[in-house]
Ligand binder design. Structure first.
Ligand SMILES: Cc1cc2nc3c(=O)[nH]c(=O)nc-3n(C[C@H](O)[C@H](O)[C@H](O)COP(=O)(O)OP(=O)(O)OC[C@H]3O[C@@H](n4cnc5c(N)ncnc54)[C@H](O)[C@@H]3O)c2cc1C
Length: 495
C-alpha cells in the first residue's frame, strides 16, 4: 500500500485527496491522510465573502458533505497541525502527538495573512481581524453592525469584498490603501479610478496613497492614525494587506524556499518524496493567490503519484480574478498594463465613469492577453472563455466589449467550448461537469446548481449556465434516451 500524507486541508489539499481517490478507488492500495489545522472539514474559502455579506452561511461553503471523506476512504485529521517532518524516516508529527509514516508527502499549507506593522496594534485585540478563515468571518460579523465604524486596511480583492460585506451589514466603512488606485495588481489606472468612483457611490470611503501607522486605544475606543496624520475612529479594523505563503515546514526540511516553496513542473520540491501545491508553492517564479492554479496542480500530482500519467506536468495558469461583491461586477484577467498606444499590443478601452463602466481589452496575435470588465456582466463569460481557451478575437473588437446583440461568437457558444472550460470559477465547475450533471438528470439551471454548485458563488456565470442548459435541452442526444444508459455520449469530445 502507498500512503500519501497531505499537509493542509484547504482548497488545494482537499482537491488533491479527491483527485487521488478518483484515480485509485481502493483504500487498501492507496491510503490518503489529510492533516488540517483548522477546526472543520474542508470548505470553499472563496465563498467567505458571501458569508460575510450574509448571503450564505458557513455551512454552505463545505466542499463535500461531512461524511463524504470517510465514505471515500480519506482519513481527515481535522484540527491537527503538522509540526515536524522527518524526511529520513519519512514521518510527519502532529501537534496531537501523532507520528505517521508516508510514502509521498504533499505540502498544501496555503498562506497566512500578512500583518502590517502598526504601532499599538495588539495580537489579542479581538476588534482587529484578518479575513482568511470562517473564524475570522465570524469575528468580523460579530464586531460589525449598523452604525459601527469599520476600517479595512488594504484595497485589494479581499479588502473590497470585506468592505462590501461590512457595508451590507450596516457598518460605516473606510478602506485605506497605499497605492493610487484599488486592486492595482488587476486593474490599470483608468479601471482603478472608475472602481474608486463606484465604491464611493456605494458609500465606502476610499483613502488612497496612505498607510496606517498607529492604533491608539483609550476610554473612547480605538483610533487608527494614518501616515499623513488623519485619525479614523474605528470599532473594527480588518486587515487585508496581503498574504504570505506558509513555508516553514518546507524550510525546516531543507527544501528551497524563495517567496514560496520552489517546485518544478512536476510540482516536486528538491527534497525526495515531498511535493507542494496551492498558495504555498512557487512554480516558475510565480506564487498564485487564486484557487484555480492549486486545483490544476492537484490533478498533476494525483496523476504522477498514482501513475495515471506519470509524466504529467504543470505549466502555469493564466490568472482570472472576479470581484465577488454585491452591486459591483468586475473581472480582470491576464496582463492589463499595456497603454492605448503600446507598440506591441492592440489596446481598446471603453469608459463611462459616471455609470461605473469601464472595459479594456489587450490583444496580441489575435488573442486576448488581458482584459478588465467593470460593469459589463453580459460580456464577462464570452471574454473569459476566449482568454482561457486562447480563441481568436472577433474582428469587431468593440462589439465584443459592448456585447452588442448580433455579435455572438460561435467559438464560445456552448457547442464550441472545450469540456475543460471553467464555467463557474467560484466552484471550479467545468462544462464537462455540467454536461455530466445534465445527463444524470439535472435538467434546469436550478437543478444544475444543486448538482454542481455552479452559479452559487458570485452568480456571475448565471447566463453562461443558462446558455449551456438551453444548448443541452436542444441538442443533447440523451434527451431522447434518458432511460438508455448504454447510449454512447455522442459529444464526448466536446463535452
Ligand atoms: C475571502 C476570500 C476570498 C477569496 N476569493 C477568491 C476568488 O474569488 N478567486 C480565487 O481564485 N481565489 C480567491 N481567494 C483565494 C483562495 O481562497 C486561495 O487561493 C485558496 O484557498 C488557496 O488554497 P490552498 O489550499 O493553497 O490554501 P488554503 O485554502 O488556505 O488551505 C491551506 C490549509 O492548510 C492548513 N495548514 C497550514 N499549515 C498547516 C500545518 N502545518 N498542518 C496542518 N494544516 C496546515 C491551513 O490551516 C489551511 O486550512 C479568496 C480568499 C479569501 C480568504
Amino acid at each position: 500500500m502507498t500512503r500519501v500524507v497531505i499537509v493542509g486541508n484547504g482548497m488545494a489539499g482537499a482537491r488533491l485527496a479527491e483527485e487521488l481517490r478518483r484515480r485509485e478507488r481502493d483504500p487498501a492500495r492507496l491510503g490518503i491522510v489529510v492533516f488540517g489545522a483548522e477546526p472543520r472539514a474542508a470548505y470553499n474559502r472563496i465563498l467567505l465573502s458571501n458569508v460575510l455579506a450574509g448571503s450564505i452561511t458557513a455551512r454552505d461553503t463545505r466542499l463535500r458533505p461531512d461524511d463524504w471523506w470517510a465514505r471515500n476512504g480519506v482519513d481527515v485529521r481535522v484540527g491537527v497541525r503538522v509540526t515536524g517532518i522527518d524526511t529520513a524516516t519519512r514521518t510527519v508529527h502532529g501537534d496531537d502527538g501523532t507520528a505517521l509514516g508516508y510514502d509521498e508527502l504533499v505540502l498544501a499549507t496555503g498562506s497566512v495573512p500578512f500583518v502590517p506593522r502598526i504601532e499599538g496594534m495588539a495580537a489579542d485585540d479581538t476588534h482587529v481581524v484578518a479575513f482568511r478563515t470562517v473564524e475570522d468571518c465570524e469575528r468580523i460579523a460579530e464586531a460589525a453592525g449598523r452604525g459601527r465604524r469599520a476600517v479595512v486596511l488594504g484595497g485589494g480583492l479581499l479588502g473590497l469584498e470585506a468592505a462590501r460585506g461590512l457595508l451590507l451589514r450596516g457598518a460605516d466603512v473606510t478602506v485605506v490603501h497605499p497605492k493610487a488606485v484599488p486592486m492595482e495588481r488587476q486593474l490599470d489606472d483608468g479601471g482603478g479610478r472608475v472602481l474608486t468612483r463606484v465604491l464611493t457611490g456605494l458609500g465606502v470611503q476610499v483613502l488612497l496613497g496612505r498607510r496606517a501607522v498607529a492604533l491608539r486605544r483609550d476610554h473612547t475606543g480605538r483610533t487608527l492614525v494614518l501616515g499623513d496624520g488623519t485619525e479614523l475612529p474605528a470599532d473594527l479594523v480588518v486587515f487585508t494587506a496581503g498574504i504570505r505563503p506558509a513555508t516553514e515546514l518546507a524550510a525546516a526540511v531543507g527544501a528551497t524556499v524563495e517567496h514560496g516553496i520552489v517546485v518544478d513542473d512536476a510540482l516536486h520540491t528538491d527534497v525526495p518524496h515531498v511535493w507542494a501545491i496551492g498558495e504555498c508553492a512557487q512554480h516558475r517564479g510565480e506564487v498564485y493567490g487564486l484557487v484555480q492554479p492549486g486545483w490544476e496542480q492537484a490533478e498533476v500530482v494525483a496523476d504522477r503519484i498514482t501513475g495515471a500519467d506519470a509524466a504529467a506536468e504543470y505549466h502555469g495558469t493564466p490568472p482570472v480574478t472576479r470581484l465577488k461583491a454585491h452591486d459591483i461586477d468586475l473581472a480582470s484577467m491576464g496582463d492589463v498594463g499595456a497603454d492605448l498606444h503600446d507598440g506591441e499590443h492592440e489596446v481598446l478601452t471603453v469608459a463611462d465613469p459616471a455609470r461605473g463602466r469601464y472595459a479594456k481589452l489587450v490583444v496580441a496575435d489575435e488573442r486576448i492577453v488581458g482584459a478588465v470588465l467593470l460593469g459589463s456582466p453580459d460580456v464577462v463569460g464570452t471574454v473569459t472563455q476566449m482568454f482561457d481557451a486562447k480563441l481568436p478575437v472577433p474582428h469587431d473588437r468593440m462589439a465584443l466589449l459592448t456585447g452588442r446583440p448580433g455579435t455572438s461568437v460561435e467559438s464560445v457558444s456552448p457547442a464550441g467550448m472545450p469540456g475543460s472550460a471553467v464555467i463557474c470559477r467560484c466552484n471550479s465547475v467545468t462544462k464537462s461537469s455540467l454536461t455530466g450533471a445534465w445527463r444524470a438528470g439535472a435538467r434546469s439551471v436550478a437543478a444544475l446548481a444543486t448538482a454542481t454548485r455552479a452559479t452559487t458563488g458570485c452568480g456571475g456565470c448565471g447566463s453562461t449556465v443558462e446558455g449551456i442548459c438551453e444548448w443541452l435541452r436542444t441538442t443533447d442526444p440523451q434527451n431522447e434516451h434518458d432511460e438508455d444508459t448504454t447510449q454512447p455520449a455522442r459529444k464526448e469530445g466536446a463535452a
